[in-house]
Design a protein around this ligand. Sequence first.
Ligand code: SAH
Length: 238
Amino acid sequence: MSAPKRFFIPSVSEETILTGEEYRHAKNVLRLREGDEVTLFDGSGAEYSGIVARTEKGSMTVHVVGRSVSDKDPRADVCLLVGALKGDKTELVVQKATELGVSRVVVFSSRYCAAYCNENKLLRLNKVAHEAAKQCLRATVPEVAYSGSLAEALASAAGYRNKLFACEFAEKSGADLASLEGSCALVVGSEGGFSEEEFALAQDMGYAPVTLGKRILRAETAAIALLSVVMFALGELG
Ligand code: SAH
């Protein structure tokens, strides 16, 4: 039998009621019925096993029978700060970053950013994070936030032990990625890249330059590549 289907519910109680999109998915797509087993998660790291107790028009009641702490969640605390990208590229980055185990994503505007972020886009990005967490078996969901400036985004990650700034014109890295330990904040620019002033600001704020080689990667490639390397170094991908 396949693993029980997973549902994200912000607050789980003994009798949890699925409504809206989670209900429609359970009822119309998965065709769950009374007696079927499900897994609920609330984003806190806990997972709940439950049984479908009742299906009514527009809602499904799940009787929760057990609680456990997920072993699939990342131990590392890695935050990704990424420039707002065009089209659906930011969504792609949020999805992949969630799968790779990021704790938080901050989307920022910077000098050469051609895209913008508004309330609706932010809601959509958080939804993408939920969907990705559900699909990859995480029980925590990274929060996606927006910063109106690079300086604000950099300041929001001031407490991270390792602060890395991927810069397309950095000549060499100021940090040894292979031997990272502890929390990490990673910064990747938008399609337009960074200005010299932004690079200098990041360094003043304690961010070490990182080069990803001689080729210029697209922003989404750079974000996924840097995150993969860091997660590997932290022991999350093996
Ligand atoms: N418009 C810029 C490229 C921006 S690439 C230009 O033409 O030069 C988008 C972002 O990806 C960069 O700001 C940087 O954060 C990251 N990036 C891409 N290639 C990189 C590399 N070789 N080294 C470090 N970071 C890189």
